[in-house]
Design a protein around this ligand. Structure first.
Ligand code: C2E
Ligand code: MG
Ligand code: MG
Ligand code: MG
Length: 281
């Protein structure tokens, strides 16, 4: 630690006098440990998937979103907000994302065996680093084949950041997978920085309204206007639309009144292990 402080002081340059900052040091240390743990997590089988229901206007379950959890040996359940950004930085998200996809597809194949669950769609989050791998299409197809999951039941959730620079490549990747029946949802829609014109040419199936807008819907006119616009936009572009983060009956009523017909949020169910889902025995 003394070495590290000295190193930092040297880095800061000759003219700067930088004092050893224990809080910052502790932060760096925690991050290094988290990263070391993350490298072990796959081989130690510490990841698991939770599933959160998605429902239609009659509150029937139409699908689930697979959400990654890390069962840390000391820290307990770690949420993806804590480790996904780190995994994206060091590219561990590529193998981790592969595990997520395979696990979700195995679940899909198992659900297909039971008439009560055979129609469920499974949404899987895909990070840009994973999506941009040159063999991403091949890997998804190989996973579908390996697990026996039907491509029509797999929905990949991507974010707007994918379309900021390499738009053509992203479109081609989506087009190839869609030819095999896989569908695409644009997650956290409305929070990105890209222009709307790209939407026209993307082979998308669904827009997913970001939960921050849904959360503020009834208190903030601007959020309400944005949500109403996204729903209208989805209709005119002939895309499905789903609202995420629906927590109250009042939000649901507003969304229904504005033409939204698919929902996800604590009002209908929390993300849970597969054995806790309503239809599991
Ligand atoms: P997301 O894909 O936008 O997922 C929705 C997040 O909102 C989930 O957080 C979910 O638990 C939470 N949520 C669901 N309903 C409600 C609600 O009614 N109110 C509120 N306030 N929150 C709700 P979670 O599970 O912590 O995941 C956070 C983010 O981590 C995800 O956001 C996604 O971007 C990322 N993530 C999760 N699993 C994966 C994965 O397997 N791969 C990748 N690349 N990213 C993942
Ligand atoms: Mg998502
Ligand atoms: Mg989202
Ligand atoms: Mg989000």
């Amino acid at each position: 630690q003394a070495d590290m402080a000295l190193f930092q002081a040297k880095q800061a340059g000759r003219d700067t006098l930088r004092f050893f900052d224990p809080a910052m040091q502790a932060q760096i240390h925690a991050r290094v440990r988290l990263e070391a743990g993350l490298r072990q997590a796959l081989t130690n089988n510490e990841f698991l998937l939770y599933y959160q229901p998605q429902v239609d206007a009659n509150r029937n379950m139409i699908g689930v979103e697979a959400l990654l959890r890390w069962q840390h040996p000391e820290r307990g359940l770690v949420s993806p907000g804590e480790f996904i950004p780190l995994a994206e930085e060091n590219r561990l998200i590529v193998p981790i994302g592969g595990w997520v996809l395979e696990t979700a597809c195995r679940q899909l194949a198992a659900w297909a065996e039971n008439p009560a669950t055979a129609d469920l769609m499974v949404s899987v989050n895909v990070s840009p680093q994973q999506f941009r791998e040159t063999d991403f299409v091949a890997r998804v197809l190989a996973t579908l084949e390996l697990t026996g999951a039907r491509p029509e039941k797999l929905k990949l959730e991507v974010t707007e950041s994918l379309f900021v620079d390499d738009r053509d490549e992203a479109r081609e990747t989506m087009r190839l997978l869609r030819e095999h029946g896989v569908t695409f949802s644009l997650d956290d829609f409305g929070t990105g920085y890209s222009s709307l014109s790209y939407l026209r040419r993307l082979p998308l199936d669904q827009l997913k309204i970001d939960q921050s807008f849904v959360h503020d819907l009834l208190q903030d006119e601007a959020s309400a206007a944005i949500v109403a616009s996204i729903i209208a936009l989805s209709h005119s572009l002939q895309l499905d639309v789903i609202a995420e983060g629906v927590e109250t009956e009042a939000q649901l009523a507003w969304l229904m009144a504005h033409g939204c017909r698919a929902f996800q949020g604590y009002l209908f169910g929390w993300p849970e292990p597969v054995t806790s889902l309503p239809f599991s025995d």
